[in-house]
Design a binder for this molecule. Structure first.
Ligand SMILES: Nc1ncnc2c1ncn2[C@@H]1O[C@H](COP(=O)(O)OP(=O)(O)O)[C@@H](O)[C@H]1O
Ligand SMILES: [Mg+2]
Length: 191
């Protein structure tokens, strides 16, 4: 794997449907799996090919409770990495008290060697607190205005570069992403 990402890091992978998020995340999982146990919240059953210590698939009625239980297990176990699809359902403002272990893991997981990869189509819905915790962002193509706006404002530092970023975010090729880390951005790259 070409990206230098630690298993205790917080990663946000965002992009509209079909742009390559789950594929790229599986590449991360293969690399991380050589070092630590992996957990996965995978409601749409997209990560069949990876060996997880525990994977929660296809829950509807108790989504929040199931997700929080998985995060509690991961945090208590220490030294592992948890992947979460549809992360905007849980890491949005107002959800802190519904999934307290999930938020604890994002804020303090590093102390326990616990990292998380949060996968979403709707980065604009993610809490700013959570986005602020991310060590890495993998930014795939977006066309929805609110998401393009959120990302362009994050990447551009004046009005002209925000405008440029809007166009770049809307035209990232399939299966490619911008890699934002340590205040730098690289890409578009592909795994
Ligand atoms: N780097 C890649 N190389 C080849 N095929 C890819 C790559 N990334 C994604 N794909 C394929 O493109 C399709 C959509 O990718 P997927 O990861 O499921 O998108 P998303 O999770 O963003 O909806 C899948 O069929 C996947 O196998
Ligand atoms: Mg997917």
């Amino acid at each position: 794997m070409r990206l230098s990402i630690k298993t205790s890091d917080v990663v946000v992978a965002t992009g509209q449907r079909g742009t390559g998020k789950s594929f790229a995340v599986d590449e991360l999982a293969k690399a991380f799996g050589a070092h630590v146990p992996l957990y996965c919240y995978d409601p749409l059953d997209q990560h069949k090919g990876i060996r997880f210590a525990r994977r929660v698939v296809g829950t509807y009625e108790s989504q929040s409770a199931d997700f929080d239980a998985l995060c509690k297990l991961s945090y208590a176990s220490g030294n592992n990495h948890l992947f979460a699809e549809e992360a905007n359902l849980f890491f949005r403002d107002g959800m802190e008290y519904h999934v307290p272990h999930a938020w604890e893991s994002v804020s303090r997981g590093r102390n326990r060697g616990v990292g998380m990869t949060l996968i979403t189509q709707r980065v604009a819905e993610l809490s700013k607190v959570v986005v602020g915790r991310a060590d890495h962002m993998l930014i795939f193509r977006h066309s929805w205005g609110a998401d393009v706006h959120t990302l362009a404002k994050m990447l551009g530092d004046d009005a002209a570069s925000v405008r440029e970023w809007r166009e770049k975010i809307k035209t990232v090729p399939d299966h490619h992403f911008y890699w934002l880390h340590d205040g730098k951005v690289e890409g578009p790259i592909k795994l």
